[in-house]
Design a binder for this molecule. Structure first.
Ligand code: DP6
Length: 322
């Protein structure tokens, strides 16, 4: 039980890219996804977060990438940690992304995963990763997957995420083709609610997404790169088609140009596949040996390209930043 003084911890987490997308929520509490999903946690991009519970604070405070920000989305997670640990003090939270925030680069996944690890560590809770993953899921479902490294499955139940293969399981590079540095206009939370409400294709998406996720898991277990790539591109296009039919458009002209270029490269025999989340960036899945050729071909169409590979899950950092 922490009542007085300061208790502080830092954590690092990496974004994850869903190969099989989650889009839509179950009815009721708990932020439970309507479909299962499968992701790869990436190294090459990171969120570092420090949480300190301080007795002199009169409210929770958040500083995101150096700028004071609303605590609306983090207070629920902090409250759950406080209740479990018997803490009565507010928290100062500092979080830094080394990639664009809130633009469809999964900053909420790494952000809430880092927050969940830092907050539980600062509070002295020694929870198993599955429990921390469930804590993160309630804040943002994709964050549940970033608690684990490598390839991770998130069920459409309140059970949460489980790792299915380590980072070394598949030879994979993800080329994150950044198309803009600006923030997205519709959050994924709102975008998926609108899709559920308005898309005529939502029921079909739900059915297909469940099958696609199972097929992607098989392809992954078999290390069948091309099947995995094809199915991942299918998952992304189906999700966007379903959302677009509800008026939710995340892709921009550069996204479509990149998508076309990926298909052209594929026609020429290169094993490259595209996936896009709730934003305009295109993430290209490629074998590591082909990453250089693909980067060279796609560079003129992107503002910049970040190369990432499968990486580790979220973890507490020894060093607490000042
Ligand atoms: C397109 O996890 O950001 O990236 O749970 O409402 O915070 P909330 O949504 P979020 O949605 C992620 C959507 C996606 C696909 C995915 O990561 O599975």
């Amino acid at each position: 039980m922490i009542a007085e003084g300061t208790s502080r911890a830092s954590a690092i987490a990496h974004p994850n890219i869903a190969l099989a997308k989650y889009w839509g929520k179950r009815d009721g509490e708990g932020n439970v996804p309507a479909v299962p999903s499968l992701s790869v946690t990436l190294q090459g991009l990171a969120t570092r977060t420090t949480v300190s519970f301080e007795s002199n604070l009169v409210r929770d405070e958040l500083c995101l990438d150096g700028v004071p920000a609303s605590t609306a989305r983090i207070t629920g997670l902090l409250d759950r940690v406080r209740t479990a640990a018997g803490i009565t003090t507010f928290a100062r939270v500092r979080s830094l992304n080394d990639f664009p925030t809130a633009s469809g680069l999964a900053s909420s996944a790494s952000g809430f995963a880092a927050l969940a690890v830092a907050a539980t560590t600062a509070a002295g809770l020694t929870w198993r990763p599955t429990r921390i993953s469930n804590l993160a899921r309630r804040a943002s479902a994709s964050a549940a997957r970033s608690i684990f490294g490598g390839f991770v499955h998130l069920d459409a139940t309140a059970d949460g995420a489980r790792p299915i293969a380590g980072p070394e399981h598949l030879d994979l590079a993800v080329l994150v083709c950044v198309t803009t540095e600006s923030k997205k206009s519709v959050s994924s939370t709102l975008g998926m609610l609108e899709t559920q409400r308005r898309s005529p294709y939502y029921a079909a998406w739900r059915e297909d997404a469940t099958k696609t996720c199972a097929a992607i898991e098989h392809a992954l277990v078999d290390r069948d790169f091309d099947a995995l790539g094809e199915l991942s591109e299918h998952s992304a296009l189906s999700m966007h088609a379903c959302a677009m039919a509800a008026g939710i458009v995340y892709l921009n002209g550069a996204s479509l140009a990149l998508l076309g270029a990926v298909r052209e490269l594929r026609k020429n025999g290169l094993g490259v596949y595209a996936t896009m989340d709730a934003g305009p960036h295109v993430k290209v899945l490629v074998r590591t040996r082909d990453a250089g050729v693909a980067t060279k071909a796609l560079a003129p169409l992107a503002r910049r390209i970040i190369e990432a590979t499968p990486g580790e899950g979220a973890r507490a950092l020894e060093e607490v930043s000042p």
